[in-house]
Design a protein around this ligand. Sequence first.
Ligand SMILES: C[S@@+](CC[C@H](N)C(=O)[O-])C[C@H]1O[C@@H](n2cnc3c(N)ncnc32)[C@H](O)[C@@H]1O
Length: 176
Amino acid sequence: MNHSDLVALLEGGVNARGGRWADLGAGEGAFTLALADLVGPDAHITAIDKDASALRGISSQFETRVADFTKPLDLHDLDGVVMANSLHFVRDKQPVLEAVRAMLKPGGRLIIVEYGADRGNPWVPYPFTYPQWEKIAARAGFESTKLLHTIPSRWLGSMYAAIAWVPSPLQGRGSG
Ligand SMILES: C[S@@+](CC[C@H](N)C(=O)[O-])C[C@H]1O[C@@H](n2cnc3c(N)ncnc32)[C@H](O)[C@@H]1O
C-alpha cells in the first residue's frame, strides 16, 4: 500500500483540521503520516507503540511514547484515536476499547483499520470483520459505527477502515 491508499482509508473519518489525536500501535508511523495529512500541522498527534525500535522510525513532527495500550495511558480529552492493524493483537478487546472511549472527548471518534477476516493466523491473531466490529464497538459504548473504506489486500483478502463515536449529548453524528 502506498501513502495515498492509507490516506484514502482514513479520510472519510476526518473532516476537521487540528485537534488532539493518538495513534495506538503506530509502528513506524505509516498511518500517523496519513492522519497528519488529513488533520494538518496544527493538530497534535501522539504516536504510541510498545516497540521502541519501531517508533524510532517516526517523523520528529510527532510526539512518541513507548507504552502498552492494554495498560493505562494517561491520555484525556482526545478528539480522535487511530488504531491501525493493532487491535487484532488483543484477544479481549472490550477493556482496551473502554479505555480508548474514556480517553476521547464526548463526540470524539475512534478510527480502526483492520483486515476483513474473522479467522486469524500467527501474524494477525484476532482479526474481526466489519459486522463483528459493529457489535464489539457497541459493547464498548461507542455509537454510530460506520464502514469508511475497503481496499483489496494480499493478506487476508481485504483491509477496511471504520469509525465509531463516543456518545455526545450535544452533537449529532456525521457532523465532523
Ligand atoms: C502490524 S503493526 C501496525 C503498525 C501501523 N499502525 C501500521 O498499520 O502501519 C502493529 C503494531 O502494533 C503494536 N502493538 C501491538 N500490540 C500493542 C500494545 N498492546 N501496545 C502498544 N503497541 C502494540 C506493535 O508493536 C506494532 O508496531
